[in-house]
Ligand binder design. Structure first.
Ligand code: NDP
Length: 246
């Protein structure tokens, strides 16, 4: 039977590539989008015109009740969720001196609380069915820290503790939980960085000397979603052009 894969933030730069890859592998792909996203219908139409057949549901991943409502609806419409990719995220970069409580809270809620909110809705079912995959999209900056990202780096680092702890709890039930830590990937989130900063500060830290491609992250998500990856759990996989060696 076709497995159901839910990708949060599937209309974003990485999320879209992940949705396309999972669809190509035969998953029934569902993306969530922010209730405030006015472009969602147009995105879905364009994708479905290309033959993908994605489904899309509004969900504020930072809100537990919204996450519950969304997953309940997906389950009722399409069946239980087999693969959950916690990909939605935001940045509110600034030095700690300037960072407000609101900037801290927004980033923690969207990047880290969301992982609890979404995973909580699907984990019991995965354990009952003895099969499941949870893949959390973190960041190289959660591993090494980054200037101006105390909020983001803390949230992304928090994912690792979540991943390892939950992986231990559900290992015997055929459910794996893993984190992917991408480096700088050429999506809006990164192309918004001024070119001179990319050239002078970021690319020199990347031994491969380029930004990553969303498809390269999608390929790793596809692997972790597969049966072949059944022995990989509690892992944090770096995919950053070698930047982790700096
Ligand atoms: P985008 O900004 O393109 O996409 C982020 C997605 O998150 C959007 O689709 C957005 O949905 C969704 N989102 C934001 N807030 C909420 C919310 N409250 N509820 C539901 N959805 C929400 O970013 P990327 O594709 O570049 O990043 C994807 C993930 O990868 C993020 O977690 C990011 O931190 C991580 N990452 C990215 C890197 C990069 O270089 N690009 C590097 C390392 C990690 P909508 O469009 O509907 O508003």
């Amino acid at each position: 039977m076709q497995k159901v894969a839910v990708v949060t933030g599937g209309m974003g730069g990485l999320g879209e590539a992940i949705c396309i890859k999972l669809a190509a592998l035969g998953y029934k792909v569902v993306t969530t989008y922010s209730p405030s996203n006015t472009n969602a219908d147009a995105w879905l139409r364009a994708m479905n015109d290309m033959g993908y057949g994605f489904k899309a549901y509004p969900c504020d991943v930072s809100d537990f009740d919204s996450a519950k409502q969304c997953i309940d609806q997906i389950t009722a419409d399409l069946g239980p969720v087999d693969v959950l990719v916690n990909n939605a995220g935001i940045t509110r970069d600034m030095t700690f001196k300037r960072m407000s409580k609101a900037d801290w809270d927004a980033v923690m809620r969207t990047n880290l609380d969301s992982v609890f909110n979404m995973t909580k809705q699907v984990m019991d079912g995965m354990m009952e069915r003895n099969w499941g995959r949870v893949i959390n999209i973190s960041s190289v900056n959660g591993q090494k820290g980054a200037f101006g990202q105390t909020n983001y780096a803390a949230a992304k680092a928090g994912m690792h503790g979540f991943t390892k702890s939950l992986a231990l709890e559900v290992a015997k039930k055929g459910v794996t939980v893993n984190t992917i830590s991408p480096g700088y990937i050429g999506t809006k989130m990164v192309t918004a960085i001024p070119q001179e900063v990319l050239d002078s500060k970021i690319l020199p830290q990347v031994p491969l000397g380029r930004l990553g491609k969303p498809e390269e992250i999608a390929g790793l998500v596809a692997y972790l979603s597969s049966n072949e990856a059944a022995f990989v759990t509690g892992a944090n996989i770096s995919i950053n052009g070698g930047q982790h060696m700096y």
